[in-house]
Design a protein around this ligand. Structure first.
Ligand code: 4G0
Length: 222
């Protein structure tokens, strides 16, 4: 998959996407990620990317011209252009699975109070939010989406890392997990997990997952 990112903070992308699974995906050529500085598409001496809202009010908006020029130069035939903003559709594992089927994405990030509406109207195929909160700019949300999508690309995860039971993790929280030692600082691993009785273990895990979901995420049971 080819992912282009348009940002005012290209330096933020060095680091998080150069580690671990994403690093490996890039090395293997499964992810081709290119980060672009929006200011490269400005023409004035101050490389201006923002302006004041018509009609008044506080804050600044991303002005349309640099974004239009950048998107028009970066997008190709199959490119899905996606805006990141707190006003977008809520990103989810289901949306990550859908995006993993694309060949080309262009993530457009902003800051201030958001984008001139014509960016949305004329350029965006979709607008996503990683959750109901505001961060200073769209770089972190873009990285979250890149990470969640990349680990789903065929060949990225090894057998050990693959989520074995995706259908399960879809509608319930995980049951409690334990590794050695069997007793640690007086805290014992539940006896059933040491019993070797796989039917009982499966029953215990299903019950724990249900209890935990009811406690922490009752919305998932409805
Ligand atoms: C556009 C995304 C971009 C509009 C971006 C803020 C959170 C998310 C930004 C705004 C972001 C998210 C209207 C404040 C940049 N913060 N939840 N900040 N407004 O995905």
């Amino acid at each position: 998959m080819k992912i282009d990112v348009l940002t005012l903070f290209p330096a933020m992308f060095a680091g998080p996407l150069d580690e671990s699974i994403i690093k490996r995906a890039r090395k293997k050529g499964l992810l081709d990620l290119k980060v672009h500085d929006l200011r490269d598409w400005t023409h004035d001496r101050h490389r201006t990317v923002d302006d004041r809202p018509f009609g008044g009010g506080p804050g600044m908006l991303m002005k349309p011209e640099p974004i239009f020029e950048a998107v028009e130069s970066l997008r190709r035939e199959k490119t899905k252009v996606i805006l990141l903003s707190p006003g977008g559709r809520k990103f989810s594992q289901q949306i990550a699975r859908e995006l993993a089927e694309q060949t080309d994405m262009l993530l457009v990030t902003g800051h201030y109070e958001g984008f001139d509406e014509r960016v949305r109207q004329a350029l965006a195929d979709d607008e996503l939010s990683i959750g109901d909160y505001v961060v200073t700019n769209g770089a972190l949300p873009a990285m979250v989406i890149i990470d969640a999508v990349t680990r789903l690309l065929p060949g990225v995860l090894g057998d050990d890392e693959s989520s074995l039971d995706e259908s399960f993790s879809r509608d319930l929280l995980e049951y409690p997990h334990y590794t050695r030692p069997a007793e640690f600082r007086g805290m014992k691993v539940p006896e059933v997990l040491l019993s070797g009785n796989h039917a009982e273990i499966a029953k215990w895990r299903a019950e724990q997952a249900r209890l935990r979901t009811k406690e922490k995420r009752p919305d998932l049971l409805k």
